[in-house]
Design a protein around this ligand. Structure first.
Ligand code: GLY
Length: 361
């Protein structure tokens, strides 16, 4: 069936004469070549993560054609490493990609982040397009120009800000996504609602999030994309407003690393959001009812809200290494209400301890 392309949502970066279209919708990948200037590149390398490749290899070949270089990388957070970056650089180099070449990253947050990093550093930066295939990457990771990989036991410590030519979020890819991964992606959508849109938060509370599909899912993803693009547009380099997007991530990243990546990113962020909402409540800002609403929504999305047997000291240590800190002071994203956020908040250690005690079973 032939359908027209949906209207993209745009964001722009000051000082860069570029607006980045973010397309969301079902079966968009089929139209990829018509969504940006595909035919103008001297050569194309498509980087695909192994999970996506398992189900979509034929489709990718059908859409992109045989003349495209193809590189499959391992999925999973533990492979978001310098070793994988080197593999990508090697392939770019051996296949003689140049500054008029293009990289297309197809996969989850890990593939988009690391593929974008490799492209943004190869020959001082060649163009790339992100095709996020997990809900998490579609809602968050692939949008906004953050690229990078994990280093020295810390999340995304090495990276660049680099803008893709386009972001194409095709919800057809979600049909082969495991349920646990789908739920994990919803954590970022819920985060967008909590930090910026009380109405969306209320709407999500009325839905069975784990079963969402079709037009309903496309609509929510598009609303979530709009929130992220609006924030990135205002503050692309995370000097102020963009810090809001780190809600749940101060504790979330620390948990992810302390648990050696046994939790999916969205799962760790869900627990992180509980801890960070809890400290917002304990400091007398967020009301108890709103705190309970957040807890309920995350539970309804089948996301964990506590962890067992985790080393609290290690979580603290990891939090102290967070990129957002200044002079070893942890900078919190703090909720005053649903949709109302303060950034760069410094909290007393006792309150942080209480917040962490709440999430540790
Ligand atoms: N994932 C948070 C951001 O893009 O700023």
């Amino acid at each position: 069936m032939k359908t027209s392309s949906p209207e993209p949502i745009f964001y722009s970066v000051p000082g860069v004469t570029l607006t980045i279209p973010v397309y969301t919708g079902h079966n968009l990948f089929n139209k990829l070549k018509s969504l940006f200037s595909f035919d103008t590149f001297s050569s194309v390398l498509v980087l695909v993560d192994e999970n996506v490749n398992k189900y979509w290899d034929k489709k990718i070949l059908e859409v992109l054609g045989k003349d495209t270089f193809y590189l499959v990388i391992k999925a999973a957070e533990k492979n978001k490493s310098l070793t994988t970056v080197e593999k990508i650089w090697t392939s770019l180099s051996q296949n003689r990609l140049d500054r008029r070449s293009l990289v297309i990253n197809i996969g989850g947050g890990m593939a988009c982040d690391i593929g974008a990093f490799a492209a943004s550093t190869f020959m001082r930066g060649i163009p790339f397009v992100n095709v996020p295939t997990t809900l998490l990457a579609q809602a968050d990771a692939a949008i906004g120009g953050k690229t990078g990989f994990n280093f020295n036991g810390l999340k995304n410590t090495i990276g660049t800000f680099a803008s893709p030519l386009a972001i194409i979020s095709d919800t057809a890819f979600l049909t082969t996504l495991p349920q646990r991964e789908f739920n994990s992606g919803f954590a970022e959508i819920i985060k967008h609602a909590i930090i910026a849109d009380a109405q969306l938060f209320a709407d999500l509370g009325k839905k069975k999030l784990t079963n969402l599909k079709g037009k309903e899912l496309d609509k929510i993803l598009s609303q979530s994309t709009q929130i992220k693009c609006d924030i990135v547009k205002k503050d692309p380099y995370e000097k102020s407003d963009r810090k809001k997007l780190n809600f749940g991530h101060t504790v979330g990243h620390a948990i992810e690393m302390a648990c050696k990546n046994k939790l999916l990113h969205g799962e760790a962020v869900a627990i992180g959001m509980i801890a960070e909402a809890r400290v917002s409540f304990l400091s007398g800002h967020l009301s108890e009812n709103k705190f309970r609403d957040i807890e309920k929504l995350l539970s309804n999305a089948n996301l964990p809200i506590q962890i067992t047997a985790t080393n609290k000291k290690l979580i603290f240590e990891k939090m102290l290494s967070d990129k957002k800190n200044v002079s070893q002071q942890i900078k919190w994203v703090f909720l005053e209400d649903i949709g109302k956020v303060m950034v760069d908040v410094v909290l007393p250690t006792e309150i942080i301890n209480e917040g962490l005690n709440y999430i540790l079973k």
